[in-house]
Write a protein that binds this ligand. Sequence first.
Ligand code: SF4
Length: 350
Amino acid sequence: MGTAISSSTRQGKGAERNAFSGSARRQIRTELAAWFRANGRDLPWRRTTDAYAVLVSEFMCQQTQVATVVDYYERWMRAFPAVRSLAEADEQAVLGHWQGLGYYSRARNLHRAARMVMERHDGEIPADPVLLKALPGVGDYTAAAVMAFAFDRPAAVVDANVARVLARLCDYREPIDSARGKAFLHDAAAGLQAGRGGAREFNSALMELGAIICKPRTPLCPECPIRDACRTRAPEALPIKRARPVVTMVTERRAFISDGERVFLAQSSARWRGMWMLPEVDEPGALGHVEIYPITRYRVRMEVVRMRPPEDGTLRAFPLAALDAVPIPSPHRRVIRALATAGRSMHRAA
Ligand code: SF4
């Protein structure tokens, strides 16, 4: 077990009570592995043990569904096939390849991590959880994933799918998102693994079981390879989570400024730093569009007004036909597409 990932001080109190015997653990591993070899999805990052490729896939899969990530991952690996090519890319190109995935801090952190790997580790992703966690954007989970999937070292890789499987398998009836719950899951995941070897397959299989069999609302227990070991009698009621924070509604007003050929955008220095967005305005104007989108615990109502091109040069004009290459947050891109298309229709009708 990697030193930074496993720690006896993190032992959840219920872990010992819920521990499986040695033969039960072996049985679970054997059944899971056989099932995974026959049923695991062929995902591109499962075909490689290249640590950089694993790191990219892990950054992308944070907060984004696997089915969405596949295309982005393949395009990214064509554009930046190695740590060096990513480290040498400029930020606009990096953000451009990320656009559509959202949560752009992930792209910036991955970019900074690549530069740090070049500077500190001679271009090699370190096989050490402490050094991995010193990289921007790499926490316990991502470090564990790289250790297991790239280096095949035992590590507790507990994502949402694995957490659900373990809570049900162990019939864990406390909130899994509390410190105690997280410690319990970590120990349960670590405790099920073999001492050495097989971490890649075991963690992939557990994750896959959560994704396609032990589903959140409708677990397919009759098809489950580890149903004999599973302790819950009410899988739909697990896992238990703490109450969610209340979603807050906020309104922002932005301007769609276009002369029919170009759109005028402002560069963000805040949440979407470095990306190009519809400029924020205070003035009233004819409402052209309303876009509602979620950000963390907020729900943003973006009211978009049409305005004339400015004369003070504070905004940059981009040709509408070339916007694919410009890093623009998805909600803003959707508004531009909708209003540019509506504008063209109006011009044609006239
Ligand atoms: S038996 Fe059902 S609840 Fe238990 S791990 Fe399998 S799918 Fe999940």
